[in-house]
Design a protein around this ligand. Structure first.
Ligand code: CAA
Ligand code: NAD
Length: 283
């Protein structure tokens, strides 16, 4: 099948990045959120990043204008009726996602593929609330989307080969590298990354070293571009906690127990960069 028009649901840091990457690669894009301010913020941020790309001579002024012309705001899920692919990027919560997917199943045309950018939740369970589980798939982009080359593609139990091929091709059209993964909690990326971040949080909790020093060890000692605590702030501590909970519950193994300090920060509203405070403070 040919994908021409995409709807991205959730205009947060991931949704806006996915919308930008799709529009830059020539797809028509509807950026949807239940919060109009989030859409406005997302579109403004895309424009800012495109302006920077023009200044750095990576794209032309015309590329910027054409990309922005391919992006439109949407506040109604009914708008999915004109789309070939819908990529959901709302909060990491199964109840919220299944509600979005069951509504979408009613509005999206029969041929449309429904993809989730979930970081860890079972695609099979999300697909089960629709009448088209063979057309439901995980399309897990990495943050920041315009920069990061990987997309994990997760097959649910009933995902068809045709759906998989269409999403693999689309990922390549976005100039990204697809990796096929089966439906297990946290897939590959977060099964490996998130326990490292959780362990770094335990290291703060147990007073082994300061957040700055832990991040320095991992940056200078292991050549990571960001330390794990800075990365956790960047991902969002609420998202990190949700992923650890999915791993903990999904594998029923205490090695995935979320650190109590992570829970405490999320309860306090310290969600990282997006809320202004996490392991670091952001002005
Ligand atoms: N959005 C778009 N572009 C961004 C960006 C953002 N948020 N942040 C940085 N960039 C771009 C910059 O514009 C710059 O591009 P140009 O040179 O062309 O202008 C380029 O990235 C490099 O930026 P900087 O020089 O400012 O900073 P840097 O060298 O430290 O790179 C980084 C920034 C790419 C984010 C780097 O720090 C990095 O790779 N960090 C780790 C990212 C990572 O691990 N991501 C995966 C997170 S886990 C995940 O996504 C899965 C999940 O489910 C939680
Ligand atoms: P975010 O908090 O920045 O944005 C979520 C957006 O979804 C908000 O704008 C919110 O208004 C919107 N939203 C919530 N419910 C909605 C609904 N029912 N309909 C429409 N919009 C709704 O979150 P994020 O960091 O962009 O994460 C989004 C998804 O992407 C999550 O599933 C997360 O696990 C996944 N993800 C996150 C990262 C990361 O590094 N943050 C990386 C890969 C995948």
């Amino acid at each position: 099948m040919s994908i021409k028009k995409v709807m991205v649901i959730g205009a947060g840091q991931m949704g806006a990045g996915i919308a930008q990457s799709c529009a830059q690669s020539g797809f028509e894009v509807l950026l949807n959120d239940m919060n109009e301010e989030a859409i406005e913020k997302g579109l403004k941020n895309i424009e800012k990043l495109l302006t920077r790309a023009v200044e750095k001579e990576r794209i032309s002024e015309k590329d910027k204008k054409d990309t922005l012309n391919r992006l439109s705001p949407s506040t109604h899920l009914q708008d999915a009726q004109s789309c070939d692919l819908i990529i959901e990027a709302v909060v990491e919560n199964m109840e919220v996602k299944t509600k979005v997917f069951s509504d979408l199943d009613a509005f999206a045309p029969k041929h449309a593929i429904l993809a989730s950018n979930t970081s860890s939740l079972p695609i099979t369970e999300i697909a089960a609330v629709t009448k088209r589980p063979e057309q439901v798939i995980g399309m897990h982009f990495m943050n920041p989307v315009p920069v990061m080359k990987l997309v994990e593609i997760i097959r649910g139990l009933q995902t068809s080969d045709e759906t998989y091929q269409a999403i693999k091709t689309m990922t390549e059209e976005l100039s990204k590298t697809p990796v096929e993964v089966n439906d297990f909690p946290g897939f590959v990326s977060n099964r490996i990354l998130m326990p490292m971040i959780n362990e770094a949080i335990y290291t703060v909790y147990e007073g082994v070293a300061s957040p700055e020093d832990i991040d320095t060890v991992m940056k200078l000692g292991m050549n990571h571009p960001m330390g794990p605590l800075q990365l956790a702030d960047f991902i969002g501590l609420d998202t990190c906690l949700s992923i650890m909970e999915v791993l903990h519950e999904g594998f029923a193994d205490s090695k995935y127990r979320p650190c109590p300090l992570l829970r405490k920060y999320v309860k306090a509203g310290w969600l990282g960069k997006k809320s202004g405070r996490g392991f670091y403070q952001y002005s």
